[in-house]
Structure formats: structure tokens, C-alpha cells
Design a protein around this ligand. Structure first.
Ligand SMILES: *[C@@H]1O[C@H](CO)[C@@H](O)[C@H](O)[C@H]1NC(C)=O
Ligand SMILES: *[C@@H]1O[C@H](CO)[C@@H](O)[C@H](O)[C@H]1NC(C)=O
Length: 394
């Protein structure tokens, strides 16, 4: 008996055991990144793994379930959120079987080697252009969740959906924020379901866009986390020294107003473009560097917001690469921390793909995978030690 438990312990040490490791939080640390791939000139998924490891970025979001990406992330120890694209929502809403097939093919078959921690069902659906999808989002979310449950993956994979700021009305000052009347009837049942399954509210939050919407009245330094007088929210008697915290607290106010005071807000996208159209003068390399450098410092504080000090702020940066095939304004194609060749868009302390720290890892993905296997997952070790001690007494 004891011998077999010791063997179990060694096994747990040998490689992160999915059941134990995944009982921990879905988001480790506070800093993550969005790995968008609307460009055919960016590094391969294998090279991206090298880059992320060199930059020590562990939390990654993708917008689909591209199998070459899922394979490249296998055995790397990186934690991945995948996306069920808006184009699949109707199909997945239509039947539980469709959802089950999708989850089996695109999620279950890659577990546990690829650490898929979450599925974002749809992106910025409510408040978006495709009105028909507003009514299918909840059905799709429920079907994906029941698929996860059927496959006994509900402790491993979290189900969410990301919202844009289009779901809010009156977000200034934060204390006056509410959900827009037009999304209310869809939002409330969705939130009720997420509350039931313990999922957070996921927000794509862009001080960049808020600033561009009213540059005459907003101090750009406030949006860039630079020193300003900040904003006093008189109703809440709270002070904000940067716009991102204010946007997040506006979301907390809307959630509380809707009856979901305990729901956590996670920032699934934020960033600043380094280049834009002529009406986007704030999209400069300097401003993007300032925003992303200060954001990194803000997240490293591991602090909550003025209204919810206990919910440590977690954010996925948008984005890893400039993506030249993205439609829309020039800024859309210039949010990357990296250029397509793997060099830095600007230096905020991350290595370039071709820098020596990255190249020392180059050519040896196996080394990375082995390292990941021996990764210092303290929880696994503590839990297995406790199990061992408990059972050794008998
Ligand atoms: C969503 O699914 C439900 C249940 O199957 C169905 O009644 C409804 O028509 C679907 N909505 C759309 C727009 O397909
Ligand atoms: C990395 O790539 C950039 C852009 O191609 C180049 O300017 C730089 O010299 C390269 N650095 C190294 C260390 O190779």
C-alpha cells in the first residue's frame, strides 16, 4: 500500500497531474496575452511557444481551436483559453450533441497534454452587430457547459464569454454604470448561469478607445497610467488614478446593479495601438510603450481595484503580434507587442524572438517540454506530500 502511494507521489512529481494541477485557479499570476493569428507572416506556433517561454508569459488566449496551435502547446506547461468562434454559435446552440462533438474534437482530444483551461464561447456578442447571435449565446453557453459536464471536464475547463464596453451605459463616473437597456434581457440570464457555474465576467477593456472617443475631455496621461490628479467618484467616495481601474469598477457597478455583486471581473483584452489612422493621433509607439509598460507594473502589484480591492486584477494583453489581415482601422492591425518577424514593437522588458535569451532556447523544444514536465507546480507537490504523509501513518 505505502509503496504504491510512494509510486503515486513520484508519478505526480514526474509530471503535472491534470486532476491535481487543474483543481487550482485557471489564471496563474496576473499577466496573460492574446495570441491572435490574423496574419500569415507571423512566427509558427512552435516559435511562439519559445517566445512565450522566454518572456515567461504563462496565460494565453487564442480565438479559435486551431489544431496546429493546440499541438504546439502540448507539454509546454502554458495555460490556454480557446475560443468557440461566433460563426459556430448557432450550430452549438442548436443541439447538445453538436456542442459535445465540438468539445470532443477540439478540447478533450488535446487534454491533458495541452492545458486548455477555458473555453470562451463567442466574442463580444452582446452589443455587437450580429443581432441574431444575441439570442443564441446563452443556449450555446449552456450546451458547451453540459458537454464539459458530460465529459467530466467541468473542474478543468471554465466556460466564459467576453464582452466589449458596448454592453454598458453611463460608465462615467464608474458609480453610475449600468448594462444597456438593449442587452439587459440577454445579459441577466447569462450572468445568472455564469454565477451558478462559478464563472467570472470577462471584459475587453480599452482606455485607448475610451480616450479616442473624447480626447478633448480626457487627459491622455490618465489613460496611460501616468501621474495625474485622477478622478474622484463622489457617489462612491473613491479615487481613481488610472482609467483602466475606473473602467473595471464601472463593470463591477453594473454587475451589482444587475444583482451579481460577487462576480469577479477578468480583463480578457486590453492594449494600445502603436500606429493608427489620421484620426487616431494617440496611436503612437511612445504611447503604446507607456501604456503596456505601466500596465505590466500595475498587474505586478497584484492589487484589486478601488471598489473591489480583494479581486486581484488579472488581464490578458492584446496582443502578441501585429496582425496585418485584421479588418477595420489601421490601429486594429497594430496592437502587437511584437512585429511579425519576432522583433519587438517597442521595449517593455520582454525578449525579442531573435534575442539571445530566446535563441538559447531555440531549436530545442524538447528541452522546454521536459522543463514543463518538471515545472515547479508547488500545489502538486504540496498536495502529493500531504497525501503521502496521511497515508504513511497507517
Ligand atoms: C437555439 O436553440 C434552441 C433550442 O434548440 C432553438 O429553439 C432556437 O431556435 C435556436 N435559435 C436559433 C437562432 O437557432
Ligand atoms: C532581430 O531582428 C531585428 C529585426 O529584423 C534586427 O534588427 C535585429 O538586429 C535582430 N537581433 C538579433 C540579435 O539578431
Amino acid at each position: 500500500m505505502r509503496r504504491s502511494l510512494q509510486f503515486l507521489y513520484l508519478l505526480l512529481l514526474w509530471c503535472d497531474d491534470p486532476i491535481v494541477a487543474w483543481a487550482t485557479e485557471a489564471f496563474i499570476g496576473t499577466y496573460g496575452i492574446n495570441y491572435g493569428r490574423l496574419a500569415d507572416n507571423i512566427p509558427s506556433p512552435d516559435e511562439v511557444v519559445i517566445l512565450l517561454r522566454a518572456a515567461k508569459i504563462r496565460n494565453v488566449r487564442i480565438y479559435d481551436v486551431d489544431h496546429t496551435v493546440l499541438k504546439a502547446f502540448s507539454g509546454t506547461g502554458l495555460d490556454l483559453i480557446v475560443g468557440l468562434p461566433n460563426g459556430n454559435l448557432k450550430d452549438v446552440n442548436a443541439s447538445e450533441d453538436n456542442a459535445l462533438d465540438w468539445v470532443k474534437e477540439n478540447v478533450q482530444s488535446f487534454l491533458p497534454d495541452t492545458r486548455i483551461r477555458g473555453i470562451a464561447v463567442g466574442n463580444e456578442v452582446l452589443g455587437g452587430d450580429d443581432y441574431e447571435l444575441w439570442g443564441v449565446l446563452l443556449g450555446a453557453v449552456k450546451n458547451v457547459y453540459s458537454a464539459i459536464k458530460t465529459l467530466k471536464l467541468d473542474d478543468v475547463v471554465q466556460i466564459t464569454t467576453a464582452h466589449s464596453s458596448a454592453v454598458f451605459a453611463n460608465s462615467y463616473p464608474p458609480s453610475s454604470c449600468k448594462f444597456n437597456d438593449n442587452v439587459d434581457q440577454y445579459m441577466k440570464p447569462l450572468l445568472a448561469f455564469f454565477q451558478e457555474i462559478g464563472s467570472p465576467f470577462c471584459l475587453n477593456a480599452y482606455p485607448f478607445l475610451a480616450y479616442l472617443s473624447d480626447p478633448a475631455n480626457i487627459d491622455i496621461n490618465y489613460a496611460l497610467f501616468q501621474k495625474t490628479q485622477g478622478i474622484d467618484d463622489q457617489k462612491n467616495n473613491l479615487h481613481y488614478d488610472n482609467m483602466l481601474d475606473a473602467i473595471i469598477d464601472a463593470a463591477y457597478v453594473a454587475l451589482e446593479d444587475a444583482g451579481f455583486k460577487k462576480m469577479e471581473v477578468i480583463v480578457t483584452e486590453t492594449g494600445w495601438a502603436s500606429k493608427g489612422d489620421s484620426n487616431q493621433a494617440a496611436a503612437t509607439v511612445d504611447n503604446a510603450k507607456t501604456y503596456n509598460y505601466n500596465l505590466r507594473k500595475r498587474l505586478a502589484l497584484r492589487k484589486g481595484t478601488p471598489l473591489r480591492p480583494k479581486y486581484v486584477l488579472k488581464a490578458y494583453i492584446f496582443a502578441l503580434f501585429n496582425e496585418y489581415q485584421k479588418p477595420g482601422a489601421t490601429s486594429e492591425r497594430n496592437f502587437g507587442l511584437y512585429k511579425p518577424d519576432g522583433s519587438l514593437s517597442y521595449d517593455i522588458g520582454f525578449p525579442a524572438l531573435n534575442s539571445s535569451s530566446a535563441t538559447s532556447l531555440h531549436g530545442s523544444l524538447k528541452v522546454i517540454r521536459d522543463q514543463a514536465c518538471f515545472g515547479s507546480n508547488v500545489v502538486v507537490h504540496v498536495v502529493s506530500t500531504v497525501i503521502l504523509i496521511l497515508f504513511s501513518r497507517f
